[in-house]
Write a protein that binds this ligand. Structure first.
Ligand SMILES: [Zn+2]
Length: 390
């Protein structure tokens, strides 16, 4: 893809501008060392930082590497990197996030790292690159080990929201989510052989309401580890955090609905569509753009899982326990989502998709970890108002 670099000295494994390892708190672990001495110099040499088609003279300048811990990411090792590259003698900085698989992870079987590598190297060819960070490299072997190199969105002003998302944020998220789901539905309908390659690697079963964890294998459990078992919603194991009538209604429904049934609305879902994996940019104090990160949890399932997860976790505060207000809020967000799916894939049956979303939201409830009891009760009441238990 790239022209040969005219400057032979950039091939040197240790260019002069690299500081000796170990000075000034620089980490000398094997991974940082690999990024500093092998990966970035080689990527510069192979013109990964050049515009496509450019023939500009490019050479490696220097690189800073630090470890970067993100709470929601437990499977891959992240590094925050600044790569400096000279273009015809002028230095440009590239703020990067670099992901390496944890050592000893068996990449032969399906793994979170492989999912994400597939997303950036293959799926973006069909899904496009809007709404995600720019990817400079996503490869399993070219540079000695698997690696994903992404732009660091923080350097462009994107930030994570720690509190509940308000309506403006949520609308933006729903449009992004609907685009992802709609593109998948369209791809399956129009280019099935391409779609099949992706979805076959992403099928994971799910249990309704996550009730059966104690008696069944509980695949969702491994989906997102628990940080804080103290705050766990005890309904996972015994009583529901709602009154007798609703509790009885839910139990009756559970007796007939225990497994997510495959149907025509199944699509490729993000799998952990939470505010931890959404980065926002603002204009005039309002969110103007969102980028979705961490595609390692992708799964082939009902779009209701992603939709319900982000909606239920960001229900408006219920100081007056006003269920009508919350129901209206949810229906409005659902309408925005459905309209946006339809924009992406006009052939979709909007009414049936709406039913699919509502009927399967209890599964989304089941994927939410660390539910606070009071909020879990509100989530169940909201699902009831929407008709998920009818
Ligand atoms: Zn290190």
């Amino acid at each position: 893809m790239a022209d040969p670099d005219p400057d032979p000295h950039t091939k040197s494994p240790k260019p002069k501008s690299v500081k000796p390892a170990g000075v000034a708190g620089e980490c000398v672990c094997e991974h940082c060392d690999f990024i500093r001495r092998v990966l970035i110099p080689e990527m510069v040499h192979d013109r990964y930082f050049c515009e496509p088609g450019s023939r500009e003279f490019v050479e490696f300048d220097s690189v800073d590497v630090e470890h970067f811990d993100r709470k929601s990411n437990r499977k891959n090792m992240l590094h925050r990197v600044t790569a400096r590259v000279k273009f015809s003698g002028v230095t440009h900085s590239f703020p990067l996030i670099i992901k390496l698989p944890e050592p000893h992870v068996n990449l032969l079987s399906s793994s979170p790292f492989l999912n994400e590598e597939m997303f950036y190297s293959k799926m973006t060819l069909n899904y496009g690159t809007d709404g995600i960070p720019k990817c400079y490299l996503s490869d399993l072997g070219r540079y000695d080990r698997p690696v994903i190199v992404l732009e660091d969105l923080a350097a462009r002003g994107y930030t994570q929201v720690d509190d509940k998302l308000d309506e403006d944020h949520l609308k933006l998220c729903m449009k992004a989510l609907a685009t992802i789901h709609g593109k998948g539905l369209k791809l399956r309908a129009c280019r099935f052989p391409v779609f099949r390659e992706f979805y076959a690697k992403l099928s994971v079963p799910a249990d309704w309401l996550h009730f059966h964890t104690s008696t069944q294998t509980g695949n969702i459990r491994s989906f997102e580890a628990q940080d804080n078992p103290g705050s766990l919603d005890t309904s996972l194991y015994s009583a529901l955090p709602v009154d007798g009538d609703l509790s009885e209604k839910i139990r009756k429904k559970r007796d007939v609905t225990t497994k997510l049934e495959l149907n025509d609305f199944w699509t490729i879902c993000h799998g952990n569509f939470t505010r931890n994996n959404l980065l926002f940019r603002y204009e005039n104090g309002k969110p103007s753009d969102v980028k979705v990160i961490d595609w390692s949890t992708m799964r082939y399932c009902s779009p209701s899982i992603d939709f319900g997860h982000i909606l239920l976790q960001n229900l408006p505060d219920d100081r007056d326990d006003n269920l009508s207000t919350i129901e209206a809020f949810c229906r409005n967000i659902l309408r925005i989502y459905l309209d946006a799916v339809k924009d992406e894939y006009p052939e979709v049956d909007r009414e049936l998709l709406e039913r699919e979303i509502i009927a399967n939201m209890p599964f989304a409830y089941g994927t939410i970890e660390n539910r606070v009891l009071r909020e879990a009760g509100m989530m169940l009441h909201t699902l009831d108002r929407l008709g998920s238990f009818d």
